[in-house]
Design a protein around this ligand. Structure first.
Ligand SMILES: [Mg+2]
Length: 191
């Protein structure tokens, strides 16, 4: 799965892994246009605090909408470039964005794969660790679905946080709960 680089890697660092839909932006379902992309309250503050503490910031996102033909990779990448610029304007350099365009039931030829990168499989996390030389036990992950946490656990990410305030799904046992991104920031950084 491709990654997008915006900064040179610094080996040995911990990372803050962020899911995209439902963590960075409100999950409106197959979000692929700027006009539908609304940043979640507190996301810039959370990412900025991670940067301030020397963590790499890495986005890991399932984008089955590509395989399902809702939008294509150039559209996803254009939206990603815009998103990265918005983060930069907020003082946050996101190191990489990993995305999985596949789905076992994808309609677009070539994307119909049960791949090792689609969460809950850990492939995007292990690729990031390899590419950036990350310390996974010292790293953190924030997701809004049990599959995010499962991927993190499978990769050996040390701190897993599930965003939201519903009951903890059984598959996400071992994660901590943050009702919103301000609570997540407090939980991870005490700030
Ligand atoms: Mg999500």
């Amino acid at each position: 799965m491709p990654g997008r680089a915006t900064a040179p890697p610094a080996p040995g660092a911990a990372a803050l892994f962020l899911d995209r839909d439902g963590v960075i932006n409100f999950d409106s379902g197959y979000t692929h246009r700027r006009e539908d992309f609304r940043f979640m309250p507190g996301i810039f503050e959370l990412a900025r605090e991670a940067c301030r503490r020397g963590l790499r910031v890495v986005v890991i996102t399932n984008q089955a909408g590509i395989g399902r033909g809702r939008y294509d990779e150039p559209a996803f990448l254009a939206l990603t470039d815009w998103m990265l610029d918005r983060f930069l304007a907020e003082g946050v350099a996101i190191d990489r964005v990993y995305y999985c365009p596949h789905h076992p039931e994808a309609s677009v030829p070539g994307y119909r794969v049960a791949c090792p990168c689609r969460k809950p499989a850990p492939g995007m996390l292990t690729a990031a660790a390899r590419d950036l030389g990350l310390d996974l036990p010292a790293s953190m992950l924030v997701g809004d679905k049990a599959g995010d946490v499962e991927a993190g656990a499978a990769a050996g990410v040390g701190t897993l946080v599930l965003l939201g305030d519903d009951a903890m799904p059984a598959a996400a046992r071992g994660a901590r709960r943050g009702a919103d991104l301000a609570a997540v920031r407090q939980l991870l950084f005490g700030a």
